[in-house]
Design a protein around this ligand. Structure first.
Ligand SMILES: [Zn+2]
Length: 142
């Protein structure tokens, strides 16, 4: 049986979105209390009963989250257009090499908005998530 672990992080930062239309509110300098979720999928170890220690997720992701905290994101290398999508991919690219089983990075800009990135080459269709299709491909039930 496969499990999904979710570890949540927070950071505060400012940004502006330079490719939005003139006059759009997101083009003005503004800030968010960002929430980042790191999701890891895997089987539970027979002895520990765990997929992994949540502390291992924290150790892999916290340094990168900290590097965004109280920053002007547009000034960070690789984030000149710091949309939620680009922030999620930026985090994925840095955390994935350190975290086997990384399944998704989610970035919330506000209480009502969320972007979920499942890694390069993964696609999501209107029928369901990439995870659902992976389950079907293995012959399992969603
Ligand atoms: Zn914003």
């Amino acid at each position: 049986m496969e499990f999904e672990l979710v570890k949540r992080f927070r950071f505060e930062a400012a940004h502006l979105l330079p490719h939005f239309p003139e006059g759009h509110k997101c083009r003005r300098l503004h800030g968010h209390s960002f929430v980042v979720e790191i999701r890891v999928c895997g089987e539970a170890d027979a002895h520990t009963g765990c997929v992994m220690d949540y502390g291992d997720i924290k150790a892999a992701a916290q340094p990168f989250v900290d590097s965004l905290d109280h920053r002007y994101l547009n000034e960070i290398d690789g984030l000149d257009n710091p949309t939620s999508e680009q922030i999620a991919a930026w985090i994925w690219d840095r955390v994935a090499p350190k975290l086997p089983g990384l399944a998704a990075v989610a970035v919330d800009e506000t209480c009502t908005t969320r972007c979920i990135y499942r890694g390069p080459g993964r696609t999501i269709d209107a029928e369901g998530t990439a995870d659902d299709r992976a389950t079907r491909a293995r012959g399992g039930s969603a």
